[in-house]
Design a protein around this ligand. Structure first.
Ligand SMILES: CC(=O)N[C@H]1[C@@H](OP(=O)(O)OP(=O)(O)OC[C@H]2O[C@@H](n3ccc(=O)[nH]c3=O)[C@H](O)[C@@H]2O)O[C@H](CO)[C@@H](O)[C@@H]1O
Ligand SMILES: C=C(OP(=O)(O)O)C(=O)O
Length: 428
């Protein structure tokens, strides 16, 4: 099993290229299932989750090829089996995004319930409720959502859908299903994440009629068929935010090429308050940091608030900053798994339910730590970059799910980090 070996204490300098967003590329690969025409997606990141999604669509009989420049060509004309089996779905939450498109185009779908994930229980009740409002009949049996369309109809119909909470993949499933449904769908309480707007832009390029994406009310007029399209996946704001935190913590000056500052307002504001200099410049984001930063308290909320996907990385920064901070996680009930590992590095953190109190220490000390989920892995890498001596981050398959060649990018800006295979040990 691969691990990352980091020798801390290096400043970061230079330029790093921000890849396409995982959380946009995954729904967009599913959106390609809505049409029998070819779809070209550019700027698709090289990630394990993308590979899993490509396997999932291959398994349905879809032709999908990617080239070395990050372009994926998908042709779902040959889709024969509108099913997503457990073996593939269990490793990736986003496979639930196959449900809406398959149901809308074929009138039937069988998608495994996504497996439990380390960050919380993550039910899909809202997805099911919303699609039922559009005329779907869905039963859950033997671990699968088995879906069809009721009343002898061939197409889903429009509906007004108000979810109990804001759900990102729920909104995406409804958007894709509504694009091919009969009549108008109105999504109230819709998620406003930039990845939703990016998906909507792709659907519009395919001929969908959508208004209000990027706001909490989205209106969709269903059309009978969608065409192919060419679309560029939006830059990954969470990858950019992770590098911002890494530079802020380690010190130095880095240009994040293609980073979108306008998608990271809440994170950038906190970084500035902490004392880092962050500015939006032509074609990216420039970040500069020196000296010890000031700890910042924050709560995670839906976009445009502070993203839960940046909570762990910012906590690594708080762990070595001056002062005591409070971090409140409001989205997932079990997203402090990195805390115990940070304690092994010498951090002082106490948790009580959704709240973590972090007392900044001057120096972390390298140790062997274990990644428990995607962003927890990233936070441990940041902690390793600033820790004294060597840090070995184990179980980085979590990291590979959602970061495009992270250690290569970090090495490119001066970090001392390498991937080691097998049972490597930290040198005493
Ligand atoms: C592939 C993808 O885009 N993943 C992102 C997406 O996950 P995902 O779309 O799974 O997260 P949601 O926005 O749906 O979850 C928000 C909250 O609603 C709850 N909920 C959601 C749906 C449902 O049917 N029932 C229910 O109770 C969840 O358990 C969670 O507490 O948004 C999360 C919140 O920004 C991010 O952390 C993930 O990176
Ligand atoms: C939680 C995340 O992803 P997923 O929803 O794919 O598990 C994430 O990207 O931080």
């Amino acid at each position: 099993m691969d691990k990352l070996l980091i020798r801390g204490g290096r400043k970061l300098r230079g330029e790093v290229l921000i890849s396409g967003a995982k959380n946009a590329a995954l729904p967009e690969l599913c959106a390609a299932l809505l049409t029998d025409r070819p779809v070209m997606l550019h700027n698709v990141p090289r990630l394990k989750d993308v590979a899993t999604m490509l396997k999932l669509v291959h398994n349905m009989g879809v032709r999908a090829e990617r080239d070395d420049n990050g372009t994926v060509r998908i042709d779902a004309r040959s889709l024969e089996v509108p099913e997503a089996p457990y073996e593939l779905v269990k490793t990736m939450r986003a496979s639930v995004l196959a449900l809406g498109p398959l149901l809308a185009r074929f009138g039937r779908a069988k998608v495994s319930l996504p497996g439990g994930c380390a960050i919380g229980s993550r039910p899909v009740d809202q997805h099911i409720k919303g699609l039922q409002a559009m005329g779907a009949e869905i039963v859950v049996e033997h671990g699968y959502m088995v879906a069809g369309i009721g009343g002898g109809r061939k197409r889903l119909h429009g509906a007004r859908i108000t979810t109990d909470m804001v759900t990102v993949t729920g909104t995406e499933n409804f958007l894709m299903a509504a694009a091919l449904a009969e009549g108008e769908t109105v999504l109230e309480n819709a998620a406003q994440e930039p990845e939703i707007a990016d998906l909507a832009e792709m659907l519009i390029a395919m001929g969908a009629k959508i208004e209000g994406h990027g706001t909490s009310r989205i209106r969709i007029q269903g059309v009978e068929r969608l065409d192919g399209c060419t679309h560029q996946v939006v830059a990954d704001r969470i990858e950019a935010g992770t590098f911002l935190c890494a530079v802020a913590a380690a010190g130095g000056e880095v240009f994040l090429k293609h980073g979108r500052a306008d998608h990271l307002d809440a994170v950038i504001e906190k970084l500035r308050e902490a004392g880092a200099q962050v500015e939006a410049v032509d074609g990216g984001i420039r970040v500069q940091s020196q000296g010890r930063l000031k700890a910042q308290s924050f709560r995670t909320t839906e976009y445009p608030g502070f993203p839960t996907d940046m909570q762990a990385q910012f906590m690594a920064l708080n762990a070595i900053a001056e002062g005591t901070s409070t971090v409140t996680e409001t989205i997932f009930e079990n997203r402090f798994m990195h805390v115990d590992e940070m304690l092994r590095l010498g951090a002082k953190i106490q948790t009580d339910g959704k709240v973590a109190v972090i007392e900044g220490v001057r120096q972390l000390s390298g140790a062997t730590v274990m990644a428990t989920d995607l962003r927890a892995s990233a936070s441990l890498v940041i902690a390793g970059l600033v820790a004294d001596g060597e840090t070995l981050v184990d179980r980085i398959y979590h990291l590979d799910r959602g970061y495009d060649r992270m250690e290569g990018k970090l090495r490119g800006i001066g970090a001392d980090i390498e991937r080691v295979a097998g049972p490597a040990e930290v040198q005493p």
